[in-house]
Design a protein around this ligand. Structure first.
Ligand code: A2P
Length: 334
């Protein structure tokens, strides 16, 4: 059954990815509406060989819309998603605006697809780092409960939006040409540098990104007790986030068992070749939907064999955002 679909934030980094993923998956669309700010009204975007004109987002944009994919920032979602839902659309929102709201399902289709049914007009798409961790961790958790996760991220600049890519590009060009490096939106120089994730530091000392990984994973897994600690860092990589993950299980588990479980886990690709030192890399994970998993090894700090270390890479614009949202929309069609 084809639906009337709106894409809010169609000109942005995730919005652009929505168009690619919708076309690739042949999502059944009756009418397509592309919405962005007044700055972009009148621009055209090609979708499946046809040109569509971008319209300015207003509260009246959603008449007749059945599904609305939002990726235009939290304040835009807060202002316009309720209007879209009131007009009868189901909103799949990529921002953090409603993720922790009680009656808003927070969904990773490989983990909790059934939660989609409980929506009241808005479904939240989780944070990109959360999704990339959840996809390989949940199938392990289901076999052998994980008590504690320790994660460190290496996050690509495009996670900040299309401007993150431009800023890295500009700074790389300036560096190569021996010109002064200017920072515009990131708080620090990103080329030749690494810095703590550019989200605000909260009262508990964690930044917002770290806090999201902890709280959202608990909500998605339906496990308020799982202990999680995170350190989130921005690296000068255009696309695809990496994460070093340490998991402490309730019972002993071997790297071989982990590989066996992950070999058939949806959305996971094992890249783990010590002979050629071939492990997950952002360059290879870019433009892919699978989360790449490797460096799977026993954590030698836990002598009873309950610890596993791994390194993962996932495209945060695809599985971490657009693909996950389109998968949620596909669940709505069922
Ligand atoms: P625009 O291109 O017109 O500014 P990114 O995450 O890559 O920064 O993209 C953000 C997306 O959200 C863009 O499509 C942007 O449109 C859109 N956007 C930002 N603010 C608004 C707003 N107030 N109303 C509608 N769309 C917005």
């Amino acid at each position: 059954m084809a639906v009337n679909l709106a894409v809010v934030g169609a000109t942005g980094a995730v919005g652009t990815e929505f168009m690619t993923v919708l076309a690739e998956r042949n999502f059944p669309i009756k009418n397509l509406k592309l919405l962005a700010s007044a700055r972009s009204a009148g621009k055209t975007i090609e979708f499946k060989g046809e040109k569509f004109t971008v319209e300015e987002l207003t509260k009246d944009s959603f008449k007749g819309v059945e599904i609305a994919l939002f990726s235009a920032g939290g304040s835009t979602s807060k202002e316009f998603a309720p209007a879209a839902a009131a007009a009868g659309a189901v909103v799949v929102d990529n921002s953090s605006a409603f993720r922790m709201t009680d009656d808003v399902p927070l969904v990773v289709p490989e983990v909790n697809p059934e939660a989609v049914k409980n929506h009241k007009g808005i479904i939240a798409n989780p944070n990109c780092s959360t999704i990339i961790m959840n996809v390989p961790i949940f199938p392990l958790y289901r076999k052998n409960r994980i008590k504690r996760l320790v994660v460190s991220t290496y996050q690509a600049v495009s996670g900040a939006g299309a401007w993150g890519l431009w800023e890295l590009d500009e700074q790389m060009r300036a560096y190569v040409n021996g010109q002064p490096i200017q920072k515009k939106k990131f708080p620090h120089q990103i080329v030749n540098n690494v810095f703590s994730h550019n989200s605000s530091i909260l009262d508990n000392g964690y930044n917002e990104e770290e806090n999201k990984m902890v709280k959202e994973t608990r909500k998605i897994f339906g496990d308020a007790k799982i202990a999680i600690t995170a350190t989130c860092v921005r690296v000068p990589v255009p696309r695809a986030h990496c994460e070093s993950i340490n998991a402490e299980f309730e019972s002993p588990i071997t790297p071989e068992e982990v590989k066996q479980i992950l070999a058939s886990a949806p959305g996971v690709k094992i890249v783990d070749c010590p002979e050629t030192s071939h492990f997950p890399m952002p360059l290879e994970a870019s433009h892919q939907d699978d989360v790449f998993v490797g460096r799977i090894r026993q954590d030698i700090s836990l002598e009873d064999g309950r610890g596993i270390d791994m390194f993962v890479a996932g495209d945060q614009l695809r599985k971490g955002a657009a693909t996950n949202a389109v998968q949620i929309a596909e669940l709505l069609l069922k």
